[in-house]
Structures are given as C-alpha cells and as structure tokens.
Design a protein around this ligand. Structure first.
Ligand code: GLU
Ligand code: MG
Length: 454
C-alpha cells in the first residue's frame, strides 16, 4: 500500500514538473452531469496533488444542474452534503494559454464513488466487461455548428454539404483546432464540412471507453477555444436550427475476447460471431429503454427524423445510415476492423453515460445469449408502412416525455446503471420539458443553442 501511494505521489510530482516546464499555471478538472453539461473546478498548478488526492468540493446538486442554470432537486439530491471532484492525472493534457486539463470523477467524502457519477459508472461497466473476459474499444464522432458568439447564425455564405468550400472558408479555425488537438496528443482521424450550413465533423480513433469519453470532453474544449479565437462559438445542440439536419454524437465500438474480435471471423452475417450477434441483439432489444440516456434532452426528439441519417429506425444493417445501429464490416477499407456504430446518440447526452448504457446492453445481450435480429439492408423509409411492420422495424419515439417516462419506468436501465443516475437524468430532463412547454420550435432551438457548448 505504501508503495502504491508513493508511486502515485511521484507520478503527480513528475506531472507537475512537466506542466511547469510547459508554462502551465492553472489546471482545470471537468465532469459531465446528467444534463450533458460540462462542469469544472480549477486550481493553481501548485495544488495539483490536492486536486488528485483529496479533490475539490462539489455540491451534490452538480449532478442535477439544468441547461438553463436551474437545479432539479430529487428526494436524495438536496442542498445538504458535499462531494469531491478528483482529477485523473493519467488524462492530463496541456491546453493553449498556460492551462492544463484533466478529466475528473465525483466521490463521496468517504472516498466511495458517487453513484450518479457517469465517469465512475463507465469505469464500472468497463470492469464488468473485463470480469467477463471482454475488452471494448470506443471511437467517437463529433458534429457541431459554428455560430456567432451569441449563438446566432453566421453570415449566409455559400455552403456545399461535404464540400471543400467550408474547409477553405473556415481554414484558420480548422487549422487552429487541428494543431491544438495535435499538441495535446489527440490525433484526429479526419475532419470534414457536414451537411448543415457551417456544420463540421471530426472523428477520433478507437481507445478504451473511459479514455475515449475523456477525449470527447477535451475535444469539445479545444473546439471552444479555437472557435473563440476566431470570434465564434460552436453549438453542440442536437438541433441548433430548425428545418435542417441536427448534430449527432455517434459512437463506434468493437469488442474482443482473448484477442479475438467479436464482430468478424465468425460464421454469422458479415462474419459476426455468436457473441457479437448477442451484443447487437442486446442493444436493439434494450435501446428504447435507455434511449433517455442517448437522446433525452428537450431538443433531442426534433433531430430524430427519418431521412436525416440520425438512425431513427430501430434496426441494424451493414453501412445503413438510417438504422440506429450501423454495422461496419471488416476489410481493407476499414483499418480499425469490424465495429458497430450507434448512430442515434446526440451531443446533449452525457458521453460517459451513453457509452456505459450501450456497453452494458451489449454485455447484457451476451449474458442472456440473445440472437442477432434480422438485418435490414435498405432504407426503411423506402418501405411501405406494412413492409416495415412485417420486417419488424419501428421508428424510435421522438417525444421527450415518452422517452423519459420509459427510462423512469425501466427496470433494465435501473438494474444495469443504478437508480441514482436514472433519477438524476429523469429529474433534469423533466425540468427541461417544464421550462420549454409551449415554446415554438424556433425559439426552443435558439434558446438552448449553446447549452451544451464548452
Ligand atoms: N447529422 C447527422 C445526425 O444527426 C449525421 C450525419 C452523418 O451520418 O454523418 O446524426
Ligand atoms: Mg456526420
């Protein structure tokens, strides 16, 4: 025990020395709460050890701060009590401007993990996978709209979806972003102009789940820094503007057992092994119950229209962009190997929690020996209503009340992820529903356009 403690202390001392050499004066530690918003504490560099070991105080209501700055108290989350936000020094990264950042987790004062801490839950799901002999890798995609600092639309220059135009028009911003990410040791896989006007997307390479979610937070910070440097902001709302596409936050994952991939090399469709099929089966079966963790905000449902590649149809298919679960085959054009993309997720979700829910469903599917549902090879939107019915394809609900009521009632979600996180999520999302009642869609989109920005 003494050895572990002193090894830890020396790791912190080394990190502190390196940060000092890099000109860092302040360290920011972040957590993401049930509303999907990012909260932070910062300390002078000299307090790095304290930030890591004893942590900084955070009121329990941090879990339930809402997107309009309110507090959605629950029976157990009240004004009384205190938690500790401790940073994980293995995730420390240098930011521009004399700052460093590290991901944080929330603990009770006695050192136990806070049950509503999403990062802690994801680590726990990772342990459950490990315990059953599986390893997961997760790769995230980030979509965002560049907007004016007050959230209003940028000027109406020509826009070509997936065009080179946007890459040139915003080249200074993009260059700043890529070099900041590179300096922080975060290699971007690719970046492109998206379908929506002033919308961009970049993808991150697959890494273990907690680290992958951490890099999403870091990436959003870098997007925020780079956008500000060029007189802009970035919207990570599911639907920044009405009448056009929204922002997705797709997550790709793969699973291995004893070094063997579960999504290739087997006898099922596209080489999917039985356990890989069971994982996909578990996700399709459980997705409606945990949808509140993936698309739970008051704006989420408005993104989920067929024909917008948001994966609104509950089904799976090879390279099927209208399916909530898109399968990517192993092969020469896919250097990361076969993987599953959960397309339905949007960036108002808590990224840690969305991964935890998906991976927990996958493990549950494997544990229950589920079978792989029939593949849907084409766009379900091109089938007749009867055709969809006979293929057993349905649209996932887009009503915030229905999505959250289902989560609240879900024994599966409560069993897999715990009452604390379900109750906190239900509380903040119902708050959003209350404050938005009667708002016209345009006003709703405008009001919360920057709610999930950093
Ligand atoms: N913007 C779409 C969404 O809301 C995704 C487009 C794509 O497939 O890249 O999920
Ligand atoms: Mg995209």
């Amino acid at each position: 025990m003494a050895n572990i403690a002193s090894a830890d202390e020396s790791a912190v001392a080394t990190a502190q020395h390196e940060l000092q050499e890099a000109g860092v004066r302040t360290v920011i530690g972040t957590v993401v709460n049930a509303s999907g918003i990012t909260l932070a504490k910062s300390v002078p560099l000299a307090r790095l050890t304290a930030f890591h070991q004893s942590g900084m105080g955070a009121a329990p209501v941090w879990h339930v701060f809402t997107i309009d700055g309110g507090i959605a108290f629950t029976d157990t989350i009240t004004t009384v009590g205190d938690m500790r936000l401790k940073i994980d020094i293995s995730g420390l990264r240098v930011l521009p401007g004399g700052r460093a950042w590290a991901p944080g987790s929330l603990f009770e004062q006695d050192g136990a993990a806070s049950p509503a801490c999403a990062r802690g839950l994801l680590a726990d799901v990772g342990d459950r996978l490990d315990g059953a002999g599986y390893q997961a890798l997760v790769g995230h995609e980030l979509e965002f709209f560049l907007v004016a600092p007050d959230g209003s639309a940028l000027e109406n220059a020509p826009w070509v979806p997936y065009g080179a135009t946007g890459l040139l028009d915003r080249s200074e911003f993009l260059e700043g972003l890529l070099s900041a990410l590179n300096d922080a040791g975060l290699p971007v896989e690719q970046i492109h102009a998206e379908y929506g006007r002033n919308q961009f997307e970049f993808s991150l390479p697959p890494v273990p789940p907690v680290q992958a979610a951490d890099t999403v937070v870091l990436s959003k910070i870098m997007v925020g820094i780079s956008a500000r440097a060029h007189g802009m902001q970035a919207s990570f709302s599911p639907l920044p503007f009405t009448g056009t596409v929204g922002n997705g936050a797709h997550q790709h994952f793969s699973l291995h057992k004893n070094g063997l991939p579960l999504f290739s090399g087997g006898g099922g469709p596209h080489g999917i092994r039985d356990e890989g099929g069971a994982a996909i089966g578990g996700i399709i079966a459980g997705l409606p119950e945990i949808q509140g963790f993936l698309t739970g905000s008051v704006l989420s449902g408005r993104r989920l229209a067929p024909g917008t590649w948001s994966g609104a149809y509950l089904c799976w298919g090879l390279e099927n962009r209208e399916a909530s679960v898109r399968f990517l085959n192993e092969g020469q054009s896919n250097p990361h190997g076969a993987n599953v993309e959960v397309k339905i997720i949007d960036p108002s979700s808590n990224v840690y929690l969305a991964s935890a829910a998906i991976l927990a469903l996958a493990l549950d599917g494997i544990g229950g020996g589920r079978s792989l549902p029939a593949e849907i090879p084409g766009d379900p939107g091109r089938l007749s209503e009867r055709g969809r019915q006979s293929a057993n394809i349905r649209l996932l609900p887009d009503s915030p009340t229905a999505i959250i009521d289902t989560l609240d009632r879900s024994r599966l979600a409560r069993g897999l992820l715990g009452d604390a996180i379900v109750d906190a999520t239900v509380a903040v999302r119902r708050w959003e529903q209350r404050i938005s009642a009667g708002l016209p869609p345009d006003e709703l989109a405008g009001r919360f356009r920057l709610a999930w920005s950093i």
